[in-house]
Design a protein around this ligand. Structure first.
Ligand SMILES: C[S@@+](CC[C@H](N)C(=O)[O-])C[C@H]1O[C@@H](n2cnc3c(N)ncnc32)[C@H](O)[C@@H]1O
Length: 184
């Protein structure tokens, strides 16, 4: 764990905008992000897994590792993730690469990406990519450290999405809010 925390901090110092946090998420946030997932959830995708805290939450909820696919940009995190989760499919690629890689019909995209640190157009392209592969009733789950979701009202309307606020997780540094995005 200490090694992973050190790797996380090093990755933050090397690429602060991409990592955007000095410590990984807590297991309480991981549990909240994976709420509603289970053995029969079908295919699940995770964006920006880092050291894999949310991945552990998804697997602990019962999603079989064969049904889980990760997209992580950092080669160092990808190497660690491949060692920790040998049965999970792991791409060292940007989240947007999911389009073309994955067949549509995915039930959930769990995102640990620092969307609020990204320009609005990039946020929109990432959420759009998620909905390009999500099933009609699929859900995009995103936490933020702010009070608002990562897309504006205009962007939600443009993409045909609605958002609902999930739990606030106080046991996280900093406290985080979970948001669920679905087709309107
Ligand atoms: C705030 S960290 C969160 C890590 C982990 N999900 C957690 O909650 O502890 C953001 C992660 O997203 C990755 N990342 C940033 N932009 C990305 C992108 N466009 N596609 C895939 N991964 C990305 C970073 O390398 C980092 O691992």
């Amino acid at each position: 764990m200490a090694k992973e925390a050190a790797l996380f901090l090093r990755q933050f110092l090397t690429n602060p905008l991409q990592v955007s946090s000095v410590v990984p998420s807590s297991r309480w946030l991981a549990r909240a992000m994976a709420q509603g997932l289970g053995p029969n959830s079908g295919r699940v995708v995770e964006f920006g897994p880092g050291t894999g805290v949310l991945t552990e939450g998804i697997l602990a909820a019962g999603v079989p590792p064969e049904n889980l696919t990760l997209y992580e940009m950092s080669p160092s995190f990808t190497k660690l993730l491949r060692a920790k989760f040998p049965k999970v499919t792991i791409h060292n690629a940007a989240a947007q690469a999911v389009v073309g890689d994955m067949k549509p019909g995915v039930s959930a995209v769990i995102s640990g990406l620092p969307l609020l640190s990204m320009p609005l157009a990039v946020r929109e392209s990432i959420v759009k990519a998620a909905f390009d592969i999500l099933a009609p009733d699929g859900v995009y789950v995103q936490f933020t450290y702010g009070t608002k979701p990562a897309l504006t009202e205009e962007q939600l309307a443009k993409l045909g999405l609605k958002v609902s606020a999930g739990p606030k997780v106080w046991l996280n540094i900093p406290p985080a809010r979970v948001f669920h995005f679905r087709r309107a």
